[in-house]
Design a protein around this ligand. Structure first.
Ligand code: SF4
Length: 628
């Protein structure tokens, strides 16, 4: 096979053994790589119904088809397990040199089974696999761990995917980090921590064979030229932080735990302000000619020295959504999350739930006792130091941080059970995954896309905000187009997440970000890499298959139609100010849109998948288990 090695590495942590699996080329044509292949490997290897933090939940890593080739933004891999936050499929992506090293080592995917008794890291040195003691790495930050392993192995070409202290302590929103990038969402770090797996390190020394190197180089040259032009200018200069002021204008910038959609200090947390006052450097993932990562540093005040890459999604969660209009505290909090190895989005949204619970008098000052504040502190909205302190407490599971480390769904359920309260009404999650940085009361197609998302509330797995924001539909109403739009946008996103290619390249093929603009070019890249004969329809099918295997996983784990929900607040509490004031997504609207969506997918009214549909997608064995 070209573009692949044809080998999947299975690592058994319990018995410290490995074996190699080979799949037929047809299997690769269906599952491709990234989140699709990783989710399929979960389907094949998980103990159905297991606790996500038990040995029966495998870690499945699937590389990208284009990793290690010249394809721009193709240096990415997917990772999947059963999520400790949602109990459903948890699939994430990360970028950069780890995926390149894995490809050069000759592995298309890794499946890690079981659990170790002692802290361990796995070193993959081309074909050779070592289990190495990791006890000396426990407690070290994600960045320190990557560096310490490189020093220990005396090779700066070794690339590691690691967990930080949050993963070690089974914080449910813990992430996996490599090359300073994160597989951030759904709690992979906790799964690694439950296996006492501190890192997977890789040294790869082989080349990557592609079918038509000359053609691939030519295609890549053209895309690279375009990728450095106007279509990506927004990302290259301000990065995703360019969103802040636009979303504030639309009245959908989450503020004070989604109580508001406009933030009076939006200017102070904008991409423009960040660029002018805190930006120090722009960096890029491996294979990327765009470079969107805006490294930012705090130069003065109590958080001086904090430095990390700032993107919109982590920043809104710890800034406007906690009422904090000081970027210095925002950078510090994201830095704590990045070093500690936790998802800043889930961390910020869980903190904002705690702040509202305090402001409503359910939590008291004394509930917030910690080593820094032995008498407790008052986490009212806007208290920047409270946000910084709570992020540290979650990372360390200190004091109330132990409760918050469970995520907003479990934390609110526990408080409500103990106190007879209804804090779940302001716990902003879907299926247990905290909401992203767009208030869905002002984006009704997006609301549907989030509700039906297989990994919960995720803006990356659906692009359903596009028709709302671009004005293709009325963002405040629902109509018969929404089911089809949600289907099309989630499968469109799934193509990028499966190859994987960074979505910021999407306009660089022909200037249009739609299927017609991109699929023919992507088909040429696939064919030059693999020697296959993919066309527009075959590329389109990648997305439907990727989404279907994730949905099938969820159905087997007990998903029902009721799991496709929205947070109570979005359905019952209209915002009072801004361009999206006065709107909610009603129960009737949501159920109507779900009907349309299931119909567009070719599923039953209950959201289950007919056998013939699965067979038509080449998933006969899946049809046997969950088809209706
Ligand atoms: S555009 Fe940004 S996120 Fe995408 S590959 Fe490049 S640096 Fe990474």
């Amino acid at each position: 096979m070209y573009g692949y090695s044809g080998k999947i590495l299975h690592v058994d942590l319990t018995n410290r053994k490995t074996h190699v699996e080979r799949k037929p080329e047809e299997w690769y044509k269906i599952y491709i790589g990234g989140v699709s292949m990783a989710s399929r490997l979960c389907w094949e290897n998980i103990e159905v119904g297991c606790d996500p933090l038990s040995p029966g939940n495998p870690i499945c890593i699937a590389n990208g088809m284009f990793a290690g080739t010249p394809v721009p933004v193709g240096g990415k891999y997917g990772i999947a397990s059963k999520s400790p936050l949602t109990g459903f499929i948890g699939d994430s992506l990360s970028s950069s040199w780890f995926s390149v090293a894995l490809k050069r080592a000759g592995w298309d995917a890794i499946v890690v089974h079981g659990a170790s008794n002692d802290w361990v890291y796995v070193f993959i040195d081309d074909d050779r696999v070592e289990f190495r003691d990791a006890s000396h790495l426990v407690g070290r930050s994600a960045y320190e761990t990557e560096e310490a392993i490189r020093e220990e192995l005396n090779d700066d070409q070794v690339r590691s995917a690691v967990i930080g202290p949050a993963g070690e302590k089974l914080v449910r929103m813990a992430s996996v980090t490599n090359d300073s990038r994160q597989a951030g969402r759904t709690g992979h770090g906790a799964v690694w921590g439950s296996k006492k797996l501190k890192a997977i390190s890789v040294r790869g020394t082989h080349g990557v064979r592609v079918a038509d190197p000359e053609m691939l180089l030519k295609l890549c040259y053209d895309i690279t030229q375009t990728a450095q032009g106007p279509y990506t200018q927004k990302y290259r200069i301000l990065g995703t932080m360019a969103n802040v002021l636009n979303l504030n204008r639309l009245g959908i910038l989450p503020t004070r735990n989604y109580q508001q959609g406009v933030f009076e200090y939006a200017e102070l947390i904008s991409g423009e302000y960040l660029h002018e006052h805190y930006h120090v450097k722009t960096i890029a993932c491996a294979q990327c000619p765009i470079a969107c990562e805006q490294m930012s540093r705090v130069k003065d005040g109590p958080y001086a020295g904090a430095m990390t890459g700032i993107d919109y999604e982590p920043l809104y969660a710890v800034a406007s959504n906690c009422g904090v209009g000081d970027l210095r505290a925002g950078i510090k909090t994201v830095d704590i999350c990045d070093r500690g190895g936790m998802d800043a989005m889930s961390t910020g949204v869980t903190i904002s739930w705690a702040m509202e619970t305090f402001e409503r008098g359910i939590f008291k000052k004394e509930d917030f006792k910690c080593s820094k504040y032995p008498d407790g502190f008052e986490p009212y909205f806007g208290n920047a130091d409270a946000v910084v302190t709570l992020a540290e407490m979650i990372r360390d599971r200190e004091g109330i941080g132990d409760l918050l480390a469970e995520g907003s769904k479990r934390a609110s359920a526990r408080v409500d059970a103990e106190k007879g309260t209804e804090t779940w009404k302001w716990a902003m999650h879907i299926k247990g995954l905290e909401c992203p940085g767009y208030d869905a009361r002002g984006l009704k197609t997006f609301a549907l896309g989030l509700a039906v998302g297989t990994r919960g509330a995720c803006h990356n797995r659906t692009a359903a905000y596009d028709p709302d924001i671009q004005g293709e539909v009325d963002r405040f109403s629902v109509d018969e187009t929404r089911g089809r739009l949600a289907k099309d946008t989630e499968e469109y996103a799934a193509v990028y997440d499966t190859l994987p290619l960074c979505k910021f390249i999407r306009r660089c093929f022909t200037g249009k970000a739609d299927r017609a603009g991109a699929w023919p070019s992507i088909a040429k890249l696939i064919n030059a890499t693999t020697g296959w004969d993919f066309d527009y329809d075959a590329v389109d099918l990648i997305g439907e298959r990727a989404h279907t295997i994730k949905k099938a996983f969820n159905i087997r784990e007990g998903w029902t139609r009721a799991d496709d929900h929205l947070p109570w607040r979005w359905m019952h509490e209209p915002m009072k100010e801004g361009a999206s004031a006065g709107h909610v997504v009603t129960e009737e609207e949501l159920e109507y849109m779900k009907d349309l969506y299931y119909e567009a997918k070719g599923w039953t009214k209950d959201g289950l998948i007919p056998k013939e549909k699965l067979i038509a997608l080449g998933m006969d064995d899946v049809a046997e288990e969950i088809g209706v």
